[in-house]
Design a binder for this molecule. Structure first.
Ligand code: SF4
Ligand code: SF4
Length: 168
């Protein structure tokens, strides 16, 4: 090696007997492994051991159902803001307290990126991110969730709604 214009010779240190057979290193490795065995575990045996997410978790979006009617007034803001174009809303006139209701409301769960923009923009707290994270489909058609799969009673979404009122 050259240093300040001069040639510097570095002699490599020879390994001793114990270093040559790597025994001490193997023992160090075994010691480390055994120490890990008795440390507290952070993994869980899913699906037997399920995880209950906190209220801040953004699972699949759902529609809030109150007194057997969806809160949604079919304004279409969520569909407009959705970056993945996953929402389709068709409005119709309503006989209830609101003027309009969604005669068709669909979310394509294959497109949804769980961003929560729909929840953020909704003026009625009618669409929220749930705590559901298990989604399986056998076809592309199955991934399109209509009102039958999207509507969830407001009582089951209390944690999320409270979280939104507190931190939004
Ligand atoms: S869910 Fe909310 S934002 Fe979307 S159409 Fe219904 S009321 Fe409007
Ligand atoms: S969470 Fe985001 S991607 Fe999914 S439906 Fe709502 S706005 Fe669209």
């Amino acid at each position: 090696m050259k240093s300040n214009g001069q040639l510097k010779i570095i002699h490599k240190k020879d390994l001793n007997f114990w270093q040559k057979i790597y025994l001490t290193e193997i023992l160090k490795g075994i010691k480390l492994t055994l120490a890990q065995v008795f440390r507290p575990k952070f993994t869980r045996q899913y699906p037997e051991e399920r995880w209950n997410p906190p209220a801040s978790f953004r699972g699949r979006p759902v529609l809030v159902e109150q007194n057997d009617v969806e809160r949604c007034v079919a304004c279409g803001l969520c569909a407009r803001v959705c970056p993945a174009l996953a929402i389709e809303v068709q409005a119709s006139e309503s006989e209830y307290w609101k003027e309009r209701y969604p005669v068709k409301f669909e979310i394509n769960m294959l497109r949804c990126i769980f961003c929560g923009f729909c929840e953020e923009v909704c003026p009625e707290e009618a669409i929220v991110m749930s705590q559901e994270y298990e989604l399986t489909f056998h076809s592309q058609e199955e991934a399109i969730f209509g009102k039958d799969k999207l509507l969830v009673p407001v009582e089951k979404l209390k944690d999320r709604l409270e979280f939104l009122r507190k931190y939004r």
